[in-house]
Write a protein that binds this ligand. Structure first.
Ligand SMILES: [Zn+2]
Length: 271
């Protein structure tokens, strides 16, 4: 499932193909993904020039010279492919640029989405309106966490997954960041000391930064045969590593499941 680093890697992979280019055509090969495509999506994008790309939480942003932003989400199984050799049944959106490059949004399970919004209204619309700061942005850090977590009794893991507190963090990187910071996932959020919150904020930045770096080297080193962007293998600290040694203390990593979601943690060095 694509998390923030995969989306960031995808956007970085799309940028050299799309930025500054005119969208010659956009084909919608079915009416919907998770929800219907906007009825005016094709009309607003056809002939528009792409002025910039970006990311907010797990959403990719493609801005045009018409003041629009195409907002995409990769859902559970979505990926963009660059110049695919053929268009298959799971390629639901196909964009062609004025250079003749082709991009396809492939999504077998169709939990993804594509929307179009006015760029100047974007931050005030759902889902962005209620989102907390970007974990790699200016507004995030120990001081921010201290203010946001003050008085909160919920476990720190649940708080970090709450998009209103910090945007775009998923299960994998929350588990890894808590391990790196030495904080138990069930620790009451409002009772974590400021120095430990500083370590936690740094750990979040570190695990995301390492994954984005791994994704970036995928873009540089391999031209994947099917042109697929954004998927790479990360070396996670604890996620998916039940029974394997903790990278800090060597104790076996444990896994706990609550409401269908797994938590991986070290029982020895996470307090
Ligand atoms: Zn440990």
């Amino acid at each position: 499932m694509p998390e923030l680093p995969e989306v960031e890697t995808t956007v970085r992979g799309l940028e050299p193909v799309l930025k500054g280019r005119r969208i010659e055509s956009i084909a919608l090969r079915r009416p919907d993904l998770r929800r219907p495509f906007p009825p005016d999506l094709r009309q607003r994008l056809t002939g528009a020039r792409v002025t910039g790309l970006g990311r907010r939480a797990k959403y990719g942003l493609i801005e045009t010279d018409r003041g629009d932003t195409m907002v995409f989400h990769l859902g559970m199984s979505g990926s963009w492919r660059v110049d695919p050799s053929e268009i298959g049944i799971h390629d639901h959106v196909v964009i062609e640029t004025d250079e003749g490059r082709r991009l396809s949004l492939n999504d077998p399970r169709r939990f993804g989405s594509v929307d179009i919004v006015r760029t100047d209204e974007r931050e005030s619309l759902p889902p962005f309106a209620t989102m907390g700061p970007e974990p790699l942005g200016e507004g995030f850090g120990g001081a921010y966490l201290a203010a946001a977590l003050d008085g909160r009794k919920a476990p720190i893991k649940a708080i970090l997954l709450d998009q209103r507190i910090v945007a775009g963090l998923g299960n994998i990187y929350v588990c890894d960041a808590l391990n790196l910071a030495g904080i138990a996932p069930g620790r009451e959020a409002g009772r974590i000391s400021r120095p430990r919150l500083d370590r936690l904020a740094a750990a979040v930045e570190s695990v995301l930064g390492a994954a984005i770096e791994a994704g970036g080297s995928t873009l540089r080193d391999y031209l994947q045969p099917n042109g697929e962007l954004g998927y790479f293998s990360s070396k996670w600290r604890v996620y998916g590593r039940e029974g394997k040694p903790c990278p800090d203390c060597g104790a076996p990593i444990r896994r706990r499941t609550d409401s269908g979601r797994s938590t991986f943690f070290c029982p020895k060095c996470q307090r």
